[in-house]
Design a protein around this ligand. Structure first.
Ligand code: NDP
Length: 444
């Protein structure tokens, strides 16, 4: 059995019932196979691949809180500090009923390579809880966030582990968590990113993942002789990433014709009205049916199906495994030329392979959505120097970082004989830096 297959078997055996984690490891190791085989003797001796697939630390804790009826509720919470070779652990907090250890491990593993790709000094981590902020009162959300942080504060800090938002963790939740950390520790430091602008947040952080996705996509298309302007774009999701991806796509001259949520999707041939979408999702926290009710050109469709809408470019921005093989077939049949992942691992491996085999340009999330964490790292820099940069300054740096990520992974793919395979390019470029840092730091 090859070294890669041995390590993958070990991961499956030692981490039972964690299919998302297995999937992420398999996808990364497969594309690293050629690099690992070239360095097999040294990597085997140092157990480098075994170490890179094993989190440095995994924290599991309960979060008790009292609901509005006076009933005590208990949630399971996690923080996985996956790899700190190139900087403090960095990665978001996901609050969603589907959260379990396997999901947090897959996200932390992916985050390690994504953070490396940004070129900034941040290690990989991720956290979350099976708490659903949807339908909870502000007081209930605050009670949960304060209880969550009352345990987590022991393990994080501006130079050790810096969490951020993710699904279900927006400005409100970050505010409550940051406030509780400050209260317990008595320290005002940049322990969280995605903070509000009045207390240390960075301009353009809210927009960064969606904007960055479009800077990356435009660069990838340009490198392949295609202009984004004038193209029809299908977006899934209608949360933070989807909203700002939609906004930037339209600013760059494309027309976004879909958005979705976990109940259904909107098709709007006139182009999504971003101001209305923000009003429905960010202000009212309502469902997409409200968007359809207020917009005559929009149609609401119950259930899955967003990828059956004819488009030139598809941007999955909702959640993992939302673009399946039948969706990939529909996209190819409809002439889609590029898929760029705004969400983390939204495309199944089978669907990714089908898209690549059919010459669809495919940008993996760890590269295409790295703008969020890159801007978080810029927020950390601003906090450290106790300064705030202008929106334009942050946005320009973001653009530079995304173009640079594309160049690095494009070159890595070419160097290893896989030109145009951006999945392999991203994994290789992200891996090499982490591997070098781990080797330099000895057996730790
Ligand atoms: P939000 O919570 O703001 O939005 C998530 C969106 O996805 C909502 O529209 C939600 O619909 C939809 N969704 C969630 N679960 C499902 C599901 N099972 N099926 C269909 N739709 C679903 O999250 P973000 O926009 O912040 O994150 C989206 C993705 O991007 C995630 O994969 C996240 O890890 C990734 N990401 C986010 C970054 C950031 O800066 N925010 C950075 C990098 C990656 P509903 O309202 O119905 O739940």
């Amino acid at each position: 059995m090859s070294y890669v297959d041995e390590v993958y078997s070990m991961v499956v055996e030692k981490n039972p019932a964690q299919p998302e984690f297995h999937q992420a490891v398999k996808e990364v190791l497969e594309s690293l196979r050629v690099v690992i085989e070239q360095n097999e003797t040294a990597y085997r001796r140092d157990a480098l691949i075994e170490r890179i697939v094993t989190p440095e630390r995994q924290l599991l804790f309960r979060v008790p809180w009292v609901d509005d009826q006076g009933q005590v509720q208990v949630n399971n919470a996690f923080r996985v500090q996956f790899n700190g070779a190139i900087g403090p652990y960095k990665g978001g907090i996901r609050l969603h009923p589907s959260v379990n250890l396997g999901i947090i491990k897959f996200l932390g593993f992916e985050q390690t390579f994504k953070n490396s790709l940004t070129g900034l000094p941040i290690g990989g981590g991720k956290g979350g809880a099976d708490f659903d902020p949807k339908g909870k009162s502000d007081r209930e959300v605050m009670a949960f966030c304060q209880s969550f942080m009352t345990e987590l504060y022991k393990y994080i800090g501006a130079d050790t582990d810096v969490p951020a938002g993710d699904i279900g963790t927006g400005a409100r939740e970050i505010g409550y968590m940051f406030g509780q950390y400050k209260r317990i520790r008595g320290v005002y430091e940049g322990v969280f990113t995605g903070k509000g602008l009045s207390y240390g947040g960075s301009l353009a952080r809210k927009e960064a993942t969606g904007f960055g996705l479009l800077y990356f996509t435009a660069e990838m298309l340009r490198a392949n002789g295609i202009e984004l302007s004038g193209k029809k774009v299908a977006v899934s999701g209608s949360g933070n990433v989807a909203i700002y991806a939609t906004q930037k796509a339209q600013e760059l001259g494309a027309k976004v014709i879909t958005v979705s949520d976990s109940n259904g999707y909107i098709s709007d041939p006139e182009g999504i009205d971003v101001a209305l979408l923000k009003e429905v999702k960010e202000v009212k926290r309502a469902r997409l049916t409200e968007y359809a009710a207020a917009r005559p050109s929009a149609q609401y469709h119950e259930g899955r199906g967003v990828w059956t809408v004819k488009c030139d470019v598809a941007l999955p921005c909702a959640t993992q495994n939302e673009l399946l093989i039948e969706d990939a077939k529909a996209l190819v049949a409809n002439g889609c030329m590029a898929v760029a992942e705004g969400a983390n691992m939204p495309t199944t491996m089978e669907a990714t392979e089908y898209l690549q085999a059919n010459k669809v340009l495919f940008a993996p999330g760890k590269a295409a959505n790295a703008g969020g964490v890159a801007t978080s790292a810029l927020e950390m820099s601003q906090n450290s120097e106790r300064l705030s940069w202008s929106f334009e300054e942050v946005d320009n740096k973001l653009k530079g970082i995304m173009v640079n990520i594309f160049c690095n992974l494009d070159q890595a793919a070419k160097k290893y004989g896989m030109a145009g395979n951006y999945v392999a390019g991203a994994n290789i470029a992200g891996f090499l830096k982490v591997a070098e840092a781990m080797t330099a730091q000895g057996v730790i």
